[in-house]
Write a protein that binds this ligand. Sequence first.
Ligand SMILES: Cc1ncc(COP(=O)(O)O)c(C=O)c1O
Length: 467
Amino acid sequence: MTPSVGTIDATRPPRPAPCDDLATWDREHVWHAFTQMQEYEPLLIERGEGAWLVDTSGRRYIDGSASMWCNVHGHRHPRLDAAVREQLDRVAHVTNLGLSNPTTVAFARRLVEIAPPGLDRVFFTGDGSSATEAALKMAFQYWRQAARPEPARTRFVAIGDAYHGDTLGAIGVGGVDRFTALFAPLTFDALRLPSPALPRPGTATPPSLAESLAGLEALLVAHAGTVAAVIMEPLVQMAGGVLVHPEGFLRGVREITQRHDVLLILDEIAVGFGRTGTMFACEQEAVVPDLLCLAKGLTAGYLPMAATLATGRIWEAFLGTHAEHRTFFHGHTYGGNPLAAAVGLASLDIFRDEDVLAELPAKIARLEAGVARLAALPHVGAVRQCGLVAGVELVHTVADAARARPAVPYPWQEQRGTRACLAARRHGALLRQLGDVVVVMPPLCIDDDEIDLLVAAAEAGVVEATA
Ligand SMILES: Cc1ncc(COP(=O)(O)O)c(C=O)c1O
């Protein structure tokens, strides 16, 4: 009997899956994130070890993007692997809607212990966008339920070129046009503060630190009583193109928000867990936000989990009897997943036991020395670095200060950044671009020799793509 469409044919032997088939199925069935599928060339990674990834044909690559900015201690770290296995022997998932489990509680407690003081309530979600989405909704709801309610506070101030995720709320406060412009009719209208990041080739000179802070002050005065919160990525705007803020910007924003009694949401999704050299970027300017968004490195790059940490002030506004209707009616099925919490706990143990932060300054210096070489290449307009991440910006023509000529960017259609990253693969590194910025962002566990290999591969990729 021929099985009808939609039934399982038990007589058919299981299909073997040679790599060629997998590559075809990948192209045909998997819709990859941020990827033009018509041009997609499959690369299937089968294994990982430390800072390395291995494809199905056995080729090894340094994981130069930390598997999209989240891997911290390397792939297949024995302690992280063991933590997942041990939790699996207990339970893989229980809901956190009105219920809990010991691992997730312990993880929340550890997060509170290491977070900036006062951020002692933890709301778990599944990915970074969900963490910022939750923070925005918390800030909005807070002002309706605060001891002295101010329901007119419904707006958000966001920094130009910001990136806070892809859900509609998150892109409402996002400022990278190629990700957000199409969806503008669906999103809310945030107030924008131009990014004070260091000058970028081919863009207007950014405002100085003083101008930026004066701009924020003016915005909050002009919209007095209507702003719920300022949201920003502290120290460096990653997806905007590794845009490093001038020192003092974060501190200045905190002072101004406090003066105007506006909440501050810090998005440490990309920079939290050591990336900038300290556990949290906001520590470097001694700033404590009202809401702190974490994801990516939260589970060392093992499992999807995010967290929005809130102060007692926020939390208390949500307390009351059910009938008072102050509950935060928000959450996701897998929020607080115990497998993710187990690996997050083990990751914090590794930070504590293995001197991860203490070893960072030397690694950061090594990366700095390496990328300085790239800065001298004829089509590199700028190299920006913050901690263990560097952005190498490719340009058609570099600026000529003597003749007061600004840099000329490449036409975006030429995709020089993408070409550089694809070329770097042939030299043994997996990198990811942001437009024409090649981002070098390895796991924190990378060693000196690996940093040198990574930089050399990036350099070869840039040279080939700009030849
Ligand atoms: C600063 C920042 N916020 C939010 C996000 C969104 O996180 P996710 O991709 O996990 O939704 C990202 C992702 O790159 C990010 O860099």
